[in-house]
Design a protein around this ligand. Structure first.
Ligand code: NAD
Length: 401
């Protein structure tokens, strides 16, 4: 299997052909502007010193300051962060916001760290990046296993709330940021099912039950959709009658996982991906649908809330099976869109109402979907390629080379 960054570059090559992209623009986009690896020494609660490895990749700032989350995960490495920073470049351009692409991460299992160790790690990461992140340079946000609280700590360390987004409201965060990724995805979902004439009885399966997946599940549940299976890192649960997501959320809060929720069957994450359903929402990590399992996917629509969950080989297989893939760079762009709103509010000393945030988010998501839908239909290409074409054309128009 190719690495995440190799996958990303393959997508770029394919899309640049369809977009007839200027060859110099393509060349420029085939490597990041800068990447940094740092060592972060932390005195653990036990008194032992541990040294963690952190990364920040600044991919491209043609459209504006670099923007992208910071991930705390044991599998995080430079290749992954490079891929994610490239996808951020595309994503910000897909939704037409004046920000470029960046991403960061620390190779760590945050679940085994105490609160004070996480705070030391967060401050340590920022200390090593002082001078290269900041409101006009590079504006990070939360990602897998990093939280609003961690963003507040990082903003405090650098001494500027506009240098980080995804903060708690009391630390300068925006109303609506916590649900923005899932709500943005829901706006795309509404548009997609309208085009495909799917009904509320459609069976939905959700992999991953964190910021993206659990909130998406809750919004769908409240809107009357039937979610038959969900999962987290410990495993998956399925119930043909549909899950009461309010109860699953309470259960997960009390027990730490969705597995063993009443009246459900426990299955593996692999089995969950292959369930008979209408919509499969991938909300965990990259490389989940690959050439090993794509042939077994039975969903009509694959909905990417995670970044890079379908490999290019799997994309081709899904296409041949006429399964529609709604790509990450569109579907999960609600998060960065409201991060942009937060940044704007911080810079201009404003506080927007929730209604204002959600109305602006909806406008951007609907408009982006329509643009991509039109490109897909006109050029007879899939939605991922259409999103890339739309983004690359915007970058090409602004890039000075
Ligand atoms: P999170 O840490 O809140 O949740 C991740 C979830 O995935 C957890 O429920 C975890 O148990 C589950 N998980 C981890 N490994 C798994 C595995 N192997 N199989 C199944 N489930 C697994 O993270 P999140 O913020 O929800 O991010 C999830 C994905 O969405 C990531 O790819 C992230 O980059 C992407 N994303 C998130 C946002 C956001 O605003 N939160 C925005 C854009 C994209």
């Amino acid at each position: 299997m190719q690495t995440a960054y190799q996958n990303a570059m393959e997508q770029l090559r394919k899309a640049s052909e369809i977009a007839e992209l200027n060859k110099d623009v393509l060349l420029k986009l085939q490597s990041p502007d800068r990447f940094i690896q740092v060592s972060i020494p932390i005195r653990m609660d036990s008194g032992e010193l541990k040294v963690f490895t952190g990364y920040r990749v600044q991919y491209d700032n043609t459209m504006g300051p670099y923007k992208g989350g910071i991930r705390f995960h044991s599998d995080t490495d430079l290749d992954e962060v490079k891929a994610l920073s490239f996808w951020m470049t595309i994503k910000c351009s897909v939704v037409g916001i004046p920000l470029g692409g960046g991403k960061g991460g620390v190779t760590v299992d945050p679940k085994v760290l105490s609160e004070s160790e996480i705070e030391k790690l967060s401050r340590g990461y920022v200390k090593k990046l002082k001078g290269i992140i900041g409101r006009d340079i590079d504006v990070p946000a939360p990602d897998v296993y990093t939280t609003p609280k961690i963003m507040a700590i990082m903003a405090d360390e650098i001494g500027d709330k506009a240098a980080f987004t995804g903060k708690p409201i009391e630390n300068g965060g925006s109303l609506g940021r916590d649900k923005a990724t899932a709500l943005g995805a829901f706006y795309v979902f509404e548009k997609a099912i309208e085009k495909l004439s799917l009904s509320k009885d459609s069976k939905i399966v959700i992999q991953g039950f964190g910021n993206a997946g659990a909130v998406f599940a809750k919004i769908l549940f409240d809107a009357g959709y039937s979610i038959i299976a969900v999962s987290d890192s410990k495993g998956a649960i399925v119930s043909d009658n549909g899950l009461n997501i309010d109860e699953v959320l309470k259960f997960k809060e009390n027990t730490g996982s969705v597995i063993n929720f009443e009246n459900t069957k426990t299955i593996t994450n692999q089995e969950l991906l292959e369930l008979d359903c209408d919509v499969l929402a991938l909300c965990a990590l990259e490389n989940q649908v690959t050439d090993n399992n794509a042939n077994n996917i039975k969903a009509k629509i694959v909905f990417e809330l995670a970044n890079g969950p379908v490999t290019p080989e799997a994309d081709l297989i899904l296409k041949s099976k006429e399964i529609l893939v709604l790509p990450d760079v569109l579907t999960n762009a609600g998060g960065v869109t409201v991060s942009y709103f937060e940044w704007l509010q911080n810079i201009n000393n404003e506080s927007w109402s929730l209604e204002e945030v959600n109305t602006k988010l909806k406008e951007i998501m609907y408009k982006s979907f329509d643009e991509i839908y039109d490109i897909a239909k006109t050029k007879d290409i899939d939605f991922r390629m259409a999103a890339f074409v739309s983004a690359l054309k915007r970058i090409e128009a602004k890039m000075e080379i």
